[in-house]
Design a protein around this ligand. Sequence first.
Ligand code: ADP
Length: 484
Amino acid sequence: MRLMKIAFLASEVAPFAKTGGLADVAGALPKFLTQAGEDVRVFMPLYREVKKKRLELQKVIDGRDIPLGKENFPFSVWKYGGSLGIYFIDNDEFYDRDGLYGTSAGDYPDNALRFAFFSRACLETLKELDFSPQILHCHDWQTAFTLAFLRYSYGDDPFYTSIRSLFTIHNLAYQGLFERSVLGKIGLPDHLFNIRDLEFYGRVNFLKAGILYADAVSTVSPRYSREIQTPEFGYGLEGLLRQRKDSLFGILNGVDYFDWDPATDPLLPARFSPTDMEGKKVCKEELAKIFGLRGSSTELPVMGMVSRLAGQKGLDIVGEALDDIISLGVNLVILGTGDEKIQDALRTAQKGHPGRLGLMIAFNEKVARTIYSGSDMFLIPSRYEPCGLTQMYGLKYGAVPVVRATGGLDDTIEEYDPGARSGNGFKFEEYSAPALMKSVERAISFYRRKDHWHALLANAMACDYSWNRSVREYIKLYKKIAGA
Ligand code: ADP
């Protein structure tokens, strides 16, 4: 079988730079595609965070210029790795900064330029490397403009004409909205500022470029691919997505179990597996220590959360339900960064429940893994959730998910049925504190009935959300697009 050439563009890739699930996906999917025999090249910006890792990189392109509007911007390209090539686009003015997209004060004002530049630099690099992909796979608004450039800036160049594209939406709420003047600054024609192209309520919408100009569009779970075609989840783009529904696909993200397995995870204080759970107790003790949970705390059930602190993630209903959760005899542990208002609300809540509500405002991979491994349950009350990876990590690490039935959470979590002893967690429909509490109460009632809890843990830890199945689906889709 002929292997396919795939160029994979993402604004964050684990383990090099990460703010959320996109990085996990962009780190894992290319690896599994390569294992399946495809020829994949991954492109991401050379952020300060990447530089700090002092990787062994090889310079493959030196000091080239790219025109964006009236200005020229220089870039170099560095390659990392063997069979799976990762290419870092280097421009200090744009990427040698503290954050990937901004600071706690807000997004960087020149993000349009930073990512339009990245998109064009990737296209230039493909030609320079003489790597002409059958599929260009772009992710989220940061790389969506690649597809506009292909159409409007590279249309006459035969190197690019056979390239077909897939655009994956990891979260429809982040659209990359900018002023009209951005079009001129990045060198795209002003006539694209109309509602059939890139205009969106008086602004330019980067995500729209991806949805309009890609040969196919995908999102990260089957249920979310249906939800985004409705006004409740469509963020104003539901009409456009419905127009493209024959080319819109939902493929569930997977888990890289080489990286996420409590039996081998080097970041855990102790290791464990379904047949030997002793190590999980050590993790629970360590978790209590890190978060200063009260003395008898290892006796009490611990419910964990690892989350961006964003409106999407349901922390408002957690706040409303907090007193009730704590009075059920549960210790709650939250690790997250993001929205300052949410941070403040959590800090205030913590003062009201010393030793019972553990809080860390940080982005910390090791602590995150200690939470997955040391918790009995894992809470994800999202308003919407395109796929969600944390419930899948919770399953593998023996932290039974309690989730809101939306998007990928609904696709991956099945309510526990005590009669059949089937199911892998608990879920609630209505976005409200009482509905959340009902699920938490149900989870706790089975936690106290050890035979049920053992059955549930066994079901949860046996769930297989590995990439194998999703990779097959992606390859099928790539072939369909390339053949079209
Ligand atoms: P999203 O992409 O919306 O943030 P996902 O569930 O898809 O949500 O992915 C979140 C990823 O980010 C997971 O790998 C999770 O462990 C990680 N994560 C989120 N917040 C933190 C944090 N504060 N510290 C460490 N890891 C975090």
